[in-house]
Ligand binder design. Structure first.
Ligand code: NAP
Ligand code: HSE
Length: 428
């Protein structure tokens, strides 16, 4: 009879409790599918006597996650505490060095220390799996690393932060301001303890950096992701975008170009009729384009107890079955250092600005755009009652550098009331 696979779980919050529940409730199914029993030897969290809604009395307790990770009766260390450094990293390193496999949901740790940890895992011939770290329940890591392994991946993009998508779609459906929906999302517990990780685009950028490495065979380069949060998006932008057949999404795009690797996470306009445009609420979507498969779209819950624990358990089952794969799809020491593209692929841009309502104001803006080599595709001036004219411009394709030149020059025309909002229109 085969031996059980014994887990040590550090972190008994939303995800950790979900994992404990699946192991208890699906014991027979897991055993049938993995060919061996999955058991929990020991657990760790900050507070021992907290009611977690599951009985953990049968498992040994460790106050110190590093001690848990190195126990003799642990085959797989399951890291569900979070945080890029601190106990999560220390315990993961200790586990790998002690010859344990590791499963984690920690995108911050992998985005920053992915290369180091992949090297450590491979040097110790152990698995380091992280399906739950990107897009919750969507099996995007498995899809890229296994099902699509025969493709030259050309672009990966997606909505990978459910909280931001909830905020943007709720602003639109309820006609509420960003500030009102932010408070609502916070009260509902949707946002991270530090909400800036969500609305500042950082959490989603961690996920994009991980996908880039896997998709393009490159070292994880989180610092190479251009990041812009959703705080600049106003309800008027959402309405104007809808008027023109677009929706605004916090979209991550990673693309290998002749100029190097482009990685950006920013609010963008996407066609309302596209799969990304139709994504509602806290749901995630990842779109992959490959040389032979064409475009595929994966959609599902990007967070929450069940979906995230489901992804963790997929990794645990693979380890139980003996599957061993390089952490980022190919040996860590063969991952390339991709040059960062110094400029993004040209795209049309949406510009919203308020102009002082006086003769020649619009002409000055048109001149500044023309001088930067930017051609206007569509333009609207909206009704107004005060002396500020709301103006909307959609450009033809241009570079961000040219746009920045125009935005700088607009500042000194004396006709713009506040800094214009500029959002890329992404072709999806
Ligand atoms: P959580 O609910 O805040 O739970 C964190 C757990 O870690 C708690 O049980 C906490 O202990 C424990 N912990 C924190 N610091 C610790 C330390 N120094 N020593 C021992 N235990 C410690 O977090 P979560 O939402 O489950 O997220 C866990 C991981 O999954 C994070 O990396 C997160 O980014 C990732 N993730 C979460 C989701 C989601 O939907 N929640 C989705 C995808 C990925 P106490 O309970 O005693 O405080
Ligand atoms: N804060 C993240 C989100 C949790 O809103 O998507 C899942 O990673």
């Amino acid at each position: 009879m085969s031996t059980p696979l014994r887990l040590g779980i550090a972190g008994l919050g939303t995800v950790g409790v979900g994992v404990v529940k699946i192991i208890r409730q699906q014991a027979t199914l897991l055993q049938n599918r993995c060919g061996r029993e999955i058991t929990i030897s020991a657990v760790s969290a900050r507070t021992r006597d907290k009611d977690r809604g599951v009985n953990i009395g049968a498992y040994a307790w460790e106050d110190d996650p590093v001690a848990l990770a190195t126990r003799d009766d642990v085959d797989v260390f399951v890291e569900l505490m979070g945080g890029s450094d601190g106990p999560a990293k220390a315990a993961t390193e200790a586990a790998l060095a002690a010859g344990k496999h590791v499963v984690t949901a920690n995108k911050a740790m992998l985005a920053i220390h992915g290369q180091l940890l992949a090297g450590l895992a491979e040097a110790n011939d152990r698995a380091l799996r992280y399906e739950a770290a990107v897009a919750g329940g969507i099996p995007i890591i498995k899809s890229l690393g296994e099902g699509l392994a025969g493709n030259d991946i050309t672009r990966v993009m997606g909505v990978m932060n459910g909280s931001c998508n909830y905020i943007l779609t709720r602003m639109e459906s309820a006609g509420l301001t960003y500030e009102e929906v932010f408070d609502e999302a916070n009260a509902l517990g949707y946002l991270e303890a530090d909400p800036e990780l969500d609305v500042g685009g950082i959490d989603a950028a961690h996920k994009l950096a991980i996908l880039s490495a896997l998709a393009f065979g490159t070292r994880v380069d989180f610092d190479g992701v251009e990041i812009e949060g959703i705080g600049c998006v106003k309800i008027e932008d959402i309405r104007h975008a809808a008027d023109m057949g677009y929706r605004i999404k916090l979209l991550g795009v990673a693309q290998m170009t002749g100029r190097g690797l482009e990685q950006r996470m920013a609010p963008c306009l996407v066609p309302a009729a596209s799969p990304l445009g139709q994504l509602e609420g806290g749901t995630n979507m990842v779109v992959v384009e490959g040389s032979d498969v064409g475009q595929i779209v994966l959609r599902g819950a990007g967070a929450g107890e069940g979906p995230t624990a489901s992804a963790v358990m997929g990794d645990v089952c693979d380890i139980a079955r003996g599957l061993r794969l390089p952490v980022f799809g190919q040996p860590a020491d063969t991952l390339a250092t991709a040059p960062r593209a110094q400029s993004a692929t040209p795209a049309p841009y949406y510009l919203r600005m308020a102009l002082h309502d006086k003769p020649g104001a619009l002409a000055k803006i048109a001149t500044v755009l023309g001088e930067a080599g930017i051609s206007i595709h569509r333009m609207r001036q909206y009704d107004h009652t005060d002396d500020q004219a709301p103006v909307l411009i959609v450009t033809h394709k241009t570079t961000r550098a040219a746009l920045n030149q125009a935005l700088d020059a607009m500042d000194s025309t004396g006709v713009v009331v506040d800094a214009p909002v500029a959002l890329r229109i992404e072709s999806v």
